[in-house]
Design a protein around this ligand. Structure first.
Ligand code: LLP
Length: 353
């Protein structure tokens, strides 16, 4: 279930940032057509990472000019670049290989380049997308080579992009990225836009820190005073949609094994893989027993045939019964979009209220 008021609220809080010229939505967080439509109507642009995501956005928003979509593929096959250039989306290159091996594709084109600023951040190793151990981006140190390559091909680098990771609360991340990209922009001479990526953290039960958007705005405003010719973009996914969504599932069975009490629900890692994949914390509430005392410790598990199919370990909940409805919180980002048919179980339906 998604709450449209929360979606609008999060979009408005980012659109209100004075330092940011454009907010894009990383649709990988949740490509639901109604969410894409709602965010676009608020004034948010779209960022996509595959042909499938672009086609999904264009199906939801048939009036949208493809040039308003930022396409940031990574290790995609050549034909996806050919298709993207024909369709008119704004392409981001994240590997010099692409320019070296397929120069004929890019002659006369205006390109964004994804830069690896060197240090990845984020809530889990899997989501840190900078530094040598991550496969993303052109290392900052390859700036001179990039400039020479662009000149020899005859393409123009109009934007620089960096996304260091996901679930970040330290505003230095975006401020530092802005300064690093500005240094390279000065070297290249043709850059008009810096896209500072997404990664804006959302508080959960395990880490109740919040992101101070006011401070971020202030810091980036002073950056802009020093660099008035550069437009600043951001492209969050999680921040826009995570808190608007909850997963609802009925209790199926209970089991006691020694001192472990298991509370089973009708869907699990097939619907929300984040706890299994990243050890992510999602609040769990028994909606059928809101006023009852939380006197029982449960591992809340799904029906998937893996021991990792746990939505929450050791949760203090009211003693629960078959048929109760449990709510699993903060499921609007990377929930449905990462869901699978594993065990040939159904992916949950989606509903906006
Ligand atoms: N831009 C680029 C180029 C990205 O790769 C990503 C996320 C974003 C923007 C949006 O990041 P966000 O604002 O949502 O943190 N499945 C993981 C998150 C993986 C994010 C991958 N890239 C999770 O559930 O935590």
């Amino acid at each position: 279930m998604y709450d449209t008021a929360t979606l609008r609220n999060r979009a408005q809080s980012l659109l209100a940032l004075k330092a940011i010229d454009r907010v894009l939505y990383a649709t990988k967080a949740n490509p639901n057509a109604s969410i894409v439509q709602l965010l676009q109507a608020e004034g948010v642009g779209m960022e996509c990472v595959s042909r499938g995501e672009i086609e999904n956005v264009l199906a939801a928003l048939p009036q949208l000019q493809p040039s308003n979509i930022l396409f940031t593929p990574n290790f995609a096959p050549r034909h996806e670049y050919v298709w993207a250039l024909q369709s008119g989306v704004q392409l981001t290159i994240d590997n010099l290989f692409v320019l070296q091996q397929w120069p004929e594709l890019f002659r006369g084109r205006e390109l964004f380049i994804r830069i690896d600023p060197g240090t990845g951040r984020g809530h889990h190793e899997h989501v840190r997308t900078a530094g040598q151990a991550s496969k993303f981006g052109v290392p900052l140190a390859e700036g001179a080579q990039l400039k020479q390559l662009a000149a020899s091909i005859g393409c123009t680098i109009i934007g620089l992009h960096a996304h260091t990771g996901s679930g970040i609360f330290d505003i230095d991340n975006w401020v530092q990225t802005a300064h690093q990209l500005a240094g390279l922009a000065a070297q290249l001479g043709t850059v008009r836009t810096l896209d500072l990526g997404g990664g804006l953290g959302v508080p959960d039960g395990a880490d109740l820190s919040t992101l101070d958007l006011g401070k971020l705005d202030e810091a980036l405003l002073s950056f802009k005073q020093a660099h008035p010719s550069l437009a600043l973009w951001i492209e969050p996914g999680r921040y826009l949609v995570a808190e608007s969504g909850v997963l609802l599932a009925r209790v199926t069975q209970l089991k006691q094994k020694g001192d472990h009490a298991y509370l089973g629900v009708a869907t699990g890692m097939n619907a929300l893989i984040r706890p299994a994949l990243y050890g992510a914390f999602h609040e769990i509430v028994n909606l059928s027993r809101l006023t009852e005392a939380h006197t029982q410790l449960y591992d809340v598990v799904g029906p998937i045939c893996e021991s990792g199919d746990v939505l929450g370990h050791g949760r203090q909940l009211p003693p629960s019964s078959e048929g109760d409805v449990l709510l699993i919180g903060t499921a609007g980002a990377y929930g449905h979009s990462m869901a699978s048919h594993y065990n040939l179980r159904q992916i949950p339906d989606e509903l906006l209220i």
